[in-house]
Design a protein around this ligand. Structure first.
Ligand SMILES: [Zn+2]
Length: 424
């Protein structure tokens, strides 16, 4: 079977005309632009004779029936929405890759025992509604009605109103849950959005797990005082405690480098915030991410220990609260091994790696054996108009995806062309 990379690039080009601006691609969730992209995919799938539908959350599902209707489908998918000023590959590439595999199957008359499904998830990015992977969460039963009712964008448009324009009803959203429908496997091809593959000179990343954040809110109470009259040894400076604690966060995570654990102080606020006042109050927000819960907890404990020492050293009071603690997702081990074998079979170099960012595949992985395949991102750049992946790298990733999908879907007929060329 031969996928056509030129057709993949042309199709990406067509999709990226939807939402193209002079500051990148803007195809935000549940907007006209995302809707147009979904309509385009639906149209192309219908042309291929696929059974198409849009579920209650706006996810596009298209099925190329297999020869045995009782077998569970093998699904391929990703998302079509982007962030503000987004790039051309994040999400769209995975959908187009799946489409290309089906196009080639139909073109070459390849039949599989299992059906092959293409899924274009709605609303993967949190940019519009501050809520990530909504489409795949709805599909896997990971969101409740109450949460949906609260979502609104920065212009105050509620999710309820936004989806009406897409012909959807918020009251029906949860019926997108298809947890009880078996799938043999789910595959997502995605750009890495980091530098590991390029640094390690590997073509494909096989994701072992998706890191999840533990988030901390830290408040530091010191004492505000006159910056001119308070001697250096008499101060209870909340900012200096916050600064030392921030460096401790970095150090704590560096000790866990082998586990790929990272920690970031992303928010620092001071009060009263005047040039002539020693800061009496500081608040920090810390994000610790890992695929390994123990490693993440070790970072947390080191931060706590450091905070205790700082209370004594600087006379400040430090309180700490865990405000979010998500569970990392470990990708199906059998699936990973099978992918690695496929890479070896087709002669493609690969790297087992964790994903620091969330993807639809992490929700799918909680219901069905799922795999996430990365292709290199030039400069590790993503969520940016200059996001770029080399055509040859897309072709390599697609080669692996295609081989794996066909292996799982089980070829029963290689089509007329194949027979002719092999003289059967
Ligand atoms: Zn994405």
């Amino acid at each position: 079977m031969h996928v056509k990379i030129s057709r993949v690039m042309e199709t990406l080009q067509v999709i990226n005309q939807m939402g193209e601006t002079n500051h990148g691609i803007e195809r935000l969730a549940y907007t006209l632009e995302e809707q147009q992209a979904k309509q385009y995919i639906l149209k192309e799938c219908k042309k291929l004779g696929m059974e198409t539908s849009v579920d209650a959350a706006g996810n596009v599902i298209a099925k190329l029936p297999g020869t045995d209707p009782y077998l569970p489908a093998v699904a391929i998918g990703s998302h079509l929405d982007t962030v503000y000023s987004g790039g051309r590959y994040d999400g769209a590439l995975g959908v187009v890759a799946g489409l290309e595999i089906v196009r080639t199957m139909v073109e070459e008359g390849i039949e599989t025992a299992h059906s092959v499904e293409l899924i274009a998830f709605a609303c993967e990015e949190s940019s519009r509604f501050n809520f990530a992977t909504l489409g795949s969460k709805a599909m896997t039963g990971k969101v409740d009605q109450e949460t949906l009712e609260e979502l609104q964008d920065k212009d105050g448009i509620s999710l309820r109103n936004a989806v009406v324009n897409q012909g959807l009803e918020l009251d029906q959203f949860l019926s997108a849950n298809r947890k009880n429908t078996p799938l043999k496997a789910f595959y997502e091809l995605h750009i890495e959005q980091g530098l590991k593959l390029i640094d390690e000179k590997k073509s494909v990343g096989i994701v072992t797990g998706v890191a999840a954040p533990l988030r901390l809110a830290i408040e530091i109470e010191g004492r505000s005082s006159h910056s001119g009259t308070t001697g250096m040894t008499q101060r209870k400076d909340a900012l200096l405690s916050a600064s030392e604690l921030s460096l401790a966060v970095e150090k704590a995570a560096l000790l866990e480098e082998d586990f790929g654990t990272v920690a970031t102080v992303g928010v620092l606020e001071l009060a009263p915030g005047a040039m002539n006042v020693v800061p009496g109050y500081a608040s920090l927000k810390v994000d610790i991410r890992s695929t390994n819960v123990e490693s993440r907890n070790r970072v947390l404990n080191r931060i706590k220990e450091r905070a205790e020492l700082l209370e004594e050293k600087r006379g400040t009071t430090i309180s700490m609260k865990v405000i979010q603690e998500d569970q990392p997702v470990i990708m199906d081990e059998k699936g990973r091994k099978s992918l690695a074998k496929t890479c070896e079979d087709v002669g493609v170099s690969y790297l087992f790696m964790a994903s620091g960012a969330g993807h639809d595949a992490m929700n799918m992985a909680t219901c069905w054996p799922s795999a996430l395949i990365f292709v290199p991102s030039v400069d590790g750049l993503s969520h940016h108009p200059d996001e770029f992946t080399e055509e040859k790298d897309i072709e390599t990733g697609l080669k692996v995806l295609e081989a794996e999908v066909l292996k799982q879907a089980v070829i029963v007929s290689k089509g007329e062309d194949q027979h002719a060329s092999t003289g059967i």
